[in-house]
Design a protein around this ligand. Structure first.
Ligand code: SF4
Length: 472
């Protein structure tokens, strides 16, 4: 019987089994950012520790970065303090920092892959939940808490519980208007937000194999929203071609050896899994969340659930979500008026996301009552988009074109919802208060669906845009 990728990578990085039953796992790459690292460094300093592998540690700034004016000092004193703290810590411990003046800066899960730091067969840790993104490359990538950030800084290791592996096979070809975001929202809807607890998700099947690396990243990014500890795709030619030539990728003389090792880390054809789930990709439709967790979603032409229609176990949470969102049971999601449209985040703030959204908004105008933002995931994405003229397309349509950062994904910066605003968002969480207003409401969807909603001023089926001539 062969082994799956998780088993191989886990074995290759095991330092020892701990008496607790956990594994002490070596971490190949540690990515840090300004929000979850200050206390970790403070603790390290207090204990007189050092960073064991500064060469395996890279820092960027993303969560608190303003995306309009980036003038220092920041108006928010706490943000300025976090910024000063990561600058000092990286200087003191010899860690490369991609700060605002550095063209490598951006959201941690966008810059790791685009710089070639994220590679197959690696173990990766980062103090952000959506570290699972890096699994798109066949890495095992863990989102960790502040005390674990300290542990990785000091020891380059983590103590981890064993994981089961669920293989999620998405067969067939995705129809027009269905994107990677719809695939992962559908998976989470079917398996539940707790369905992946104790599991790694291995994504496979024709629909996944046909995806670009950016699409695979969108899928893996939201594994955590389905409760999975990590999510990954076995590396293939698409993976290798994406990595080749990037700044931190193996040099040409080391390339054949690297690819040989990466291929060896891929799941064997006869691997065993603890569970297997199959979905027909050809049947997945544009999907929108209507509730207060990413599992509460419907296809754009479906109606919202009624508490009486769902299982007794779900009834209370469906009723709570409908009440919070101020939605009527059984109402259609299409036609829901929006106030804000946000295209960005580590789920969907990459160049291909912006290209697709720009293709849809070109020659059209954002509805007059909608505030619309496009926030590139990194400075590299921003530059590439500007080189293609996408910024002009968005600006002419009435979107604000911003600097790179997390922006409205979690609103630890000036980009926030106000009051009861409804936001069509390409990000990954729709929890109460996630976008800065305790009463603000988030509808998650693909960036193309956000673009369509921005133009229509309400949730609308992006597929209708493909046949409709743009207004000049
Ligand atoms: S975009 Fe959102 S999920 Fe991604 S790193 Fe930033 S805050 Fe975290």
């Amino acid at each position: 019987m062969g082994k799956n990728l998780l088993q191989k990578v886990w074995e290759a990085h095991t330092v020892r089994r701990l008496p607790t039953g956990q594994t002490q796992l070596f971490i190949g790459l540690h990515l840090i950012h300004e929000v979850t690292s200050p206390q970790a460094f403070e603790d390290l300093r207090r204990r007189g520790g050092r960073v064991l592998y500064p060469s395996r540690t890279f820092a960027t700034v993303d969560h608190i970065v303003p995306t309009a004016s980036q003038e220092r000092p920041f108006l928010d004193a706490l943000a300025e303090k976090m910024m000063a703290s990561i600058e000092e810590n990286c200087r003191d411990y010899g860690i490369p920092l991609f700060d605002l003046a550095d063209e490598r800066q951006g959201i941690v899960h966008v810059v790791g892959p685009e710089l070639g730091l994220t590679q197959p067969g690696l173990t990766i840790a980062c103090g952000d939940s959506h570290t699972s993104t890096h699994g798109a490359f066949g890495a095992i990538a863990f989102g960790i808490g502040t005390s674990q950030v300290r542990d990785v800084l000091a020891s380059q290791c983590l103590a981890l519980d064993p994981l089961k592996v669920r293989r999620i096979i998405v067969t067939g070809r995705l129809p027009q208007g269905t994107y990677a975001k719809d695939v992962i929202l559908t998976i989470i809807r079917q398996l539940g937000v707790q369905g992946g607890v104790g599991y790694a998700y291995e994504y496979a099947g024709e629909a996944i194999e046909r995806m670009s690396m950016e699409e695979r990243m969108s899928v893996c990014n939201m594994s955590i929203e389905g409760g999975a500890r990590v999510g990954y795709v076995s590396p293939d030619e698409t993976t290798f071609q994406y990595i080749r030539g990037r700044r931190y990728a193996p040099r040409e003389d080391a390339w054949p050896q690297a690819v040989k090792w990466w291929k060896a880390m891929a799941s064997d054809k006869d691997s065993s899994y603890d569970d297997e789930v199959k979905l027909d990709g050809a049947r997945i439709r544009p999907t929108v969340t209507w509730g207060i967790n990413p599992g509460q979603s419907v296809e754009v032409d479906e109606r919202l659930p009624r508490p009486s229609d769902v299982s007794p176990a779900e009834r209370a949470s469906v009723a709570e979500a409908l009440e919070f969102m101020d939605f009527q049971p059984g109402a259609p999601i299409a036609g829901t008026r929006i106030d804000v449209a946000f295209i960005g985040s580590c789920t969907n703030g990459r160049l291909s996301d912006l290209r697709e959204a720009a293709r849809l908004v070109k020659g059209r105008r954002v509805a007059s009552h909608v505030k619309a933002l496009v926030v590139p995931g990194s400075q590299q994405v921003l530059k590439a988009a500007e080189a293609e003229g996408l910024d002009q397309v968005f600006s002419q349509a009435g979107f604000e074109w911003r600097h790179a950062g997390c922006s409205m994904c979690l609103a630890m910066n000036p980009d926030k919802l106000v009051g009861r605003e409804v936001c069509a968002s390409s990000s990954n969480r729709n929890f109460k208060g996630r976008q800065g207003s305790p009463t603000g409401r988030t509808l998650l969807m693909s960036p193309a669906m956000v673009a369509a909603a921005a133009i229509a001023g309400e949730v609308t089926d992006v597929r209708e845009f493909f046949n409709e001539p743009a207004l000049k």
